[in-house]
Ligand binder design. Sequence first.
Ligand code: DC
Length: 231
Amino acid sequence: MQNITIAIDGYSSTGKSTIAKQIAKELGYVFVDSGAMYRAVTLYALQKDFISIDAFKVDDFVKELPNIELGFVFNPNLGFSEIYLNGINVEKEIRTMEVSSFVSRVSEIPEVRRQLVYQQQNMRKLVGIVMDGRDIGTVVFPNAELKLFITASPEIRAQRRYKELTKRGDKVDFNEVLKNVQERDYVDSHRKDSPLLKAQDAIEIDNSTLTLEEQYKKIMYLVTMTLEAYE
Ligand code: DC
């Protein structure tokens, strides 16, 4: 059976990565969380003090980009790949509220996008791939055989994110999480360079009222139909 490319885009905290991981596991495909790459670059900018509360030294940061090496290493215990920043596993560090607060600003920088899109496009050469993000169906893989666009209301997404953060012990305020979700929606869909858009040929799935099981069934049906069409 031919390997296909599955592009999953949508707003933050819609559970894109969860469903992308499930599909990749089912098909034996590689799963790539492109948001993790933008988050890791943001973490680097924070660690090296290119970003502070009142300033972002964009020009200096852009000069530093060649020194940022990203990689994914499969973790057999978890069943998916974790992101490494210059050889260090940063899967946990990239999911803090601090990184979430700055990541949209970093993702707006054209040089950052160019570098990450180039790396993402090169990953396709290997095998079947499921990649989730904001511009996968529009910019990274415009010829993907299956494109999904996942949505859910901001309140539902903030609730899910809040649960996830508190579960791992982070002390956060629900309203702060909701505000971050809304701000990221705005910046992600209004930036000049490759804004978050539903590709014309993407299938939209609003999962506000769907259980994970229902969503999985719905999406696996679409995957099966696509695989049959390309057999
Ligand atoms: O999927 P996520 O919430 O972890 O992504 C974090 C941020 O990265 C998101 O606010 C926008 C940015 N991003 C992007 O600009 N393009 C992508 N393909 C993936 C993520």
